[in-house]
Design a binder for this molecule. Structure first.
Ligand code: FES
Ligand SMILES: [Fe+2]
Length: 384
């Protein structure tokens, strides 16, 4: 099918704009068109507060993680002062990417002509530049990217003029206060390349319609099946996020029959009797159950590809138990199984929706959160 010339005209999205009971999904091209993706990069990812995971990714001074977020190579690094920072992963000389992957270092040396930068991004050495006129190293540090935190969770923003993270998140920190994010430990982080559009993944995470089918023998066998009889509340919070909450027995992070850790002592009210799932727009997916948290970082790498980071987060007190390593295996099993199931269905969804015969479909009320995310994307990418 030839895509319309005026692909970003709001008229193509009228079906998605209707209330959920009357709505359709996005047109299929929103999941594979390079033009739609370019508009998302420009209008969403280059302006929003993007989630880059728990500070435990870079626990010690000199620890770094280099990766690509929506086409921007960046470095996260913990400084000598213990603070996490982010820099553009582009040398200030001729722009070479400085570093790849993760590790620990005392600074960054560009592999091309050897410019050397400190953990604070300052240019420390530029061999061969002595006769270059008006060249002051102080002007040529790595370009800083704004990094702000909610508890241990880190967010970056590529727009120097963006309002602070606290404005973006609104009352989300209050909602999550019972989970004492500051006092949590990232105990494991796994990464996957998934051949699907980033929205496919977000929509899947916030859709409990698929739990009894995709996770038939795994999660549907746990108390999560209660969602089906007792649909969660879905709402847009007073900030750039939406949440799903459902009451249930036990922990949502265990398979049936598994016995895990005691519940967190800090939980009160709804957090003590259920789980809260949050999508902080655009790309943070966070789950909070009674004994632990987990999260999903979604980093688009193209119109139909993404990198997934999955973090397992426990209260410090739990992570320090002598039986932690033994008992936590049951949680890892649950996450490994469900992530694998979701990755596979998301890739299948991507293949089908990329067909020239694919058309927008209709929506169940059990997908309300996914519907709200689509509309949030449309607000920014095409407007009304
Ligand atoms: S591009 Fe980095 S030193 Fe030349
Ligand atoms: Fe799932």
């Amino acid at each position: 099918m030839t895509l319309p010339q005026d692909l970003l005209d709001p008229k193509h999205y009228a079906g998605t704009r209707r209330p959920v009971e009357e709505a359709s999904t996005l047109p299929p091209w929103a999941y594979y068109s390079p033009r739609f993706y370019e508009a998302e990069r420009e209008r969403i990812f280059l302006r929003a507060w993007n989630f880059v995971g728990h500070g435990g990714r870079i626990p010690n001074s000199g620890d770094y993680a280099a990766f690509d977020l929506a086409g921007v190579p960046l470095i996260l690094v913990r400084g000598r002062d213990g603070k996490p920072r982010a820099f553009a992963n582009s040398c200030r000389h001729r722009g070479a990417e400085m570093v790849q992957g993760e590790g620990r270092c005392n600074g960054f040396a560009c592999p091309y002509h050897g410019w050397a930068y400190g953990l604070d991004g300052a240019l420390r050495g530029a061999p061969g530049m002595e006769r270059t006129a008006d060249f002051d190293k102080a002007d040529w540090g790595l370009k800083p990217i704004r990094l702000e935190t909610m508890g241990a969770y880190m967010f970056v923003n590529f727009d120097p003029d963006a309002a602070p993270l606290s404005d973006w998140l609104g009352d989300l920190p209050e909602l999550l206060a019972p989970y004492a994010l500051d006092d949590t430990v990232l105990v494991r982080r796994t990464e996957y390349d998934v051949a699907c559009n980033w929205k496919v993944y977000v929509e899947n995470f916030m859709d409990y319609y698929h739990t009894p089918t995709v996770h038939k023998t795994t999660l549907a066998a746990t108390d999560l099946s209660a969602y089906h009889q007792n649909p969660p509340d879905t709402w847009i919070g007073k900030g750039e996020y939406l949440t799903l909450y459902a009451e249930h027995k036990g922990s949502a992070a265990l398979l049936r029959g598994a016995t895990g850790f005691p519940e967190m002592k800090t939980l009160t009210g709804p957090s003590a009797v259920g789980s809260t799932y949050v999508c902080a727009f655009p790309n943070a997916l966070m789950a909070h159950t009674k004994d632990c948290l987990w999260y999903v970082e979604i980093h688009p790498t193209g119109p139909a590809t993404m990198r997934l980071g999955v973090g397992a987060v426990f209260p410090r007190e739990t992570a320090e138990r002598p039986d932690f390593e033994e008992v936590v295996q049951q949680y890892y099993e649950r996450w490994d199984v469900s992530v694998d199931e979701d990755n596979r269905i998301n890739e299948q969804q991507q293949r089908g929706v990329s067909s020239p015969l694919a058309e927008a479909g209709r929506v169940s009320v059990m997908e309300t959160a996914s519907h709200l995310h689509r509309n949030w994307v449309l607000d920014r990418v095409v407007g009304n």
